[in-house]
Design a protein around this ligand. Structure first.
Ligand code: GAL
Length: 695
């Protein structure tokens, strides 16, 4: 009897049991695969055009419209006087054309009355100059006056649109980035954060190592935000800087949670709450929020950089969607792209036309990573303003589709067909399960490493991405996990340059390997404790037992100089970073340095541990050939098969379908089984091409 009551209750209990990590999924029906929408700014256009535009949006196949993002001036033209009549009209038009709405809170741009009457609501830069009216992202998020204004406008919006069926979700702010803010409010909030963390100023002095250069404090009141511009980039206290980054990310997350909490008081539970982090988000940390249902990201892959091959400058940088599509699955379990570049931008080093089909390929890439929504910045190219040169789905006449617009249309039409073909309950193919790989990463390590790169060749953001690229080129599904996650369902765990660690984390790594995991740790891992101090012991001392070696020292070379590493009679080049290893007796040497005065010293080692193994890669190469060969061997010796996709070819599996995209400048012919059935594209994938098939 009791058992059956429990069973009855289980569906009700499940969401709570699943917890925050999975709640994003519940907002997106699996059968929809992905839902696609567009940014529309009615406040930029004559009201007479609204219906025409909304109708076009629906006719093109979009399913939702993204509204009100920067429109605070229109909603609250004067302090405390609200006007939503215009937005009501637009929402009604969306409903008329069966379009859903993502409503945005407008905190990224404030109306002019706020700056004139309440200058303290604006941030200060590192020269202690207040932000001016006229741009965005200037709000001082820890200023109570600013918070009151935000709370009021969010409440007004929530009570109006929080129960409207057409509104599927909310985006908070725009591209939150935890900007350094040197205003008095921020200084005070930082001090308070420190006080809560350290309790006594003596513990802060110890953690920050303030004995150095007479930095010592006798009270919290004396502390100011570490200012790299005034103190000098190299001279700033790295521990203070690390805490400031932590504080700023916490403050950003708290500001988002504060908005989410305000919304949740009024909105229907079916409406999701998210925000749109930039794909490369070096300040704001999605994992620090508590009340968002999911995180989304914005992606502008083409800002005139060279990328892969001759046409790479038109095809964009694949690393953006590659990493963001996985990383932002924390905290909601799912993610999506809230902005995708629709054509040339206005801020690249140069802004070329995109290769036809590129926007469609990016959309497929984001879809392939599991994306549940895709949205584009923006519907119409604006004829005036700072972004008048920025491409859009519709050209400047407002009625002619751009190439990006054509790409969107094609994508949306194809997704509707794929909805009939997909199998949302299909099991992940065994070959992929056998290669399942996770990368352990967090922003804190990015902060410490990036501040002390030690060689200008160290590419902090792209270092973990490089391992993702290698894993993908070997055909593995590769995800990004946090320390808290359950790693046990992944056969391979890569820990790239995870600089700050403690004994609990090292024990968790050890247990992972002992229980059968293939653990791969790379250079610069565990060199510091959580305060960013080196150990009063050998280099990366906590790793010693786990990897079965001492790291006796490390080297780096000029960029024009090639260090030589030898592995299985093959030579590889390096010049960025090289750990010199002294392995214990039962540790195998996989590769060793083959020139320099330390020729013969091990660079890569491996040891068996319990049911699994630990490999340590102490050297960082530019072309990643060495790392790829090592990883291939690790997969193979653990019984997993591998592929060998060239750079720019990325292959995914979701909902019973394989999806491949081609960012390279060459055609690529996919190796498929005889049973394969092509759903989209051709076996020979052209640059910017897409192939979708079922096996
Ligand atoms: C994004 C931003 C958009 C728009 C776009 C231009 O970072 O969120 O509002 O400015 O850049 O490329």
């Amino acid at each position: 009897m009791r058992k059956s009551i429990l069973l009855l209750l289980l569906p009700l209990l499940l969401p709570a049991l699943r917890g925050a990590a999975q709640r994003g999924k519940t907002f997106f029906p699996a059968g929809d695969l992905i839902t696609t929408g567009i940014y529309y700014y009615p406040e930029h256009w004559d009201e007479k055009l609204w219906e025409r535009d909304i109708r076009h949006i629906a006719d093109m196949g979009f399913e939702f419209v993204h509204l009100a993002e920067f429109a605070w001036f229109r909603m609250e033209p004067e302090e405390g006087r609200f006007n939503f009549a215009w937005l009501d009209k637009v929402v009604k038009l969306c409903e008329k054309y069966r379009l859903k709405v993502i409503m945005c809170t407008p905190s990224a741009t404030t109306p002019v009355w706020m700056r004139t009457r309440y200058p303290e609501t604006f941030i200060m830069n590192s020269q202690y100059i207040r932000g001016e009216h006229g741009t965005r992202g200037q709000g001082c998020i820890v200023n109570t006056k600013y918070q009151q204004f935000v709370e009021r406008v969010v409440t007004e919006m929530a009570t109006r649109y929080g129960r409207r069926h057409s509104v599927i979700g909310w985006q908070l702010d725009n591209e939150p980035d935890a900007k350094p803010d040197f205003s008095p409010a921020s200084q005070a909030a930082f001090r308070q954060w420190l006080q809560e963390k350290y309790k006594s100023v003596d513990s802060l002095n110890a953690a920050w190592g303030t004995a150095f250069w007479s930095q010592w404090y006798s009270s919290f009141e004396q502390i100011t935000i570490p200012n790299v511009q005034l103190v000098g980039w190299w001279g700033t206290n790295p521990h203070a800087l690390l805490d400031f980054k932590r504080y700023a990310a916490d403050a950003q997350a708290a500001f988002l949670d504060f908005q989410a909490k305000t919304l949740r008081k009024f909105i229907a539970k079916e409406q999701f709450i998210t925000t749109n982090y930039t794909a490369v988000s070096p300040g704001a940390d999605p994992r620090r929020t508590r009340l968002l249902d999911l995180a989304t990201y914005t992606a502008y892959p083409n800002g005139g950089s060279s990328n892969i091959g001759e046409s790479g400058f038109r095809l964009g940088n694949p690393k953006l969607l590659l990493f963001a599509g996985e990383y932002f699955k924390d905290p909601g379990g799912v993610t999506g792209v809230m902005e995708i570049q629709p054509g040339p931008v206005n801020w690249g080093s140069f802004n070329p036309l995109l290769f036809p089909g590129t926007v469609r390929m990016w959309l497929y890439h984001s879809f392939a990573t599991g994306g549940r929504l895709a949205c584009s910045y923006r519907y119409r190219q604006i004829n005036y303003s700072a972004e008048q040169y920025h491409g859009a789905v519709m050209q400047t006449d407002g009625v002619t589709l751009s190439q990006g617009g054509e790409d969107y249309k094609e994508f949306m039409g194809e997704i509707k067909k794929l909805r009939q073909q997909a199998d949302t309950s299909a099991a992940v193919p065994a070959a992929l399960v056998n290669r399942s790989t996770a990368i352990l990463w967090n922003l804190e390590n990015f902060w410490t490493l990036d501040y002390q790169q030690q060689t200008r060749q160290w590419d902090t953001w792209n270092y973990p991405v490089k391992f993702m690229q290698i894993g993908k080129s070997l055909g593995a599904p590769v995800e990004v996990l946090s320390e808290k996650a359950d790693w046990s369902k992944y056969k391979f765990l890569i820990v790239p340059a995870y600089e700050m660690a403690d004994s609990a984390l090292v024990s968790k790594w050890e247990a992972y390997a002992r229980n059968g995991g293939q653990l791969v740790i790379t250079c610069r891992t565990a060199a510091k404790n959580r305060n960013g101090h080196l150990w009063e012991a050998g280099w990366a001392a906590p790793l010693r037992k786990l990897i079965g070696a001492d790291i006796t020292s490390f080297d780096m070379l000029p960029d024009y100089y090639k260090g030589d590493v030898l592995m299985k009679q093959q030579h590889y080049h390096w010049n960025n970073w090289g750990d010199l290893l002294r392995p214990a007796a039962n540790t195998a040497v996989l590769a060793q340095y083959d020139n320099q005065f330390y020729k013969g010293t091990p660079a890569v080692i491996k040891r068996q541990l319990g049911k699994g193994a630990v490999t340590y890669i102490g050297v960082d190469t530019d072309d990643a050939r060495l790392e790829k060969d090592i990883l291939r061997d690790i997969y193979t010796s653990a019984g997993a098969t591998t592929e060998d996709y060239p750079p720019g070819i990325f292959v995914y599996w979701r909902d019973g379908m394989y999806i491949a995209v081609n960012y390279s400048s060459e055609d690529y012919t996919m190796n498929m089984s005889d049973r394969a059935r092509i759903l989209i594209g051709e076996k020979r994938i052209k640059p910017a091409g897409v192939l979708v098939w079922k096996e």
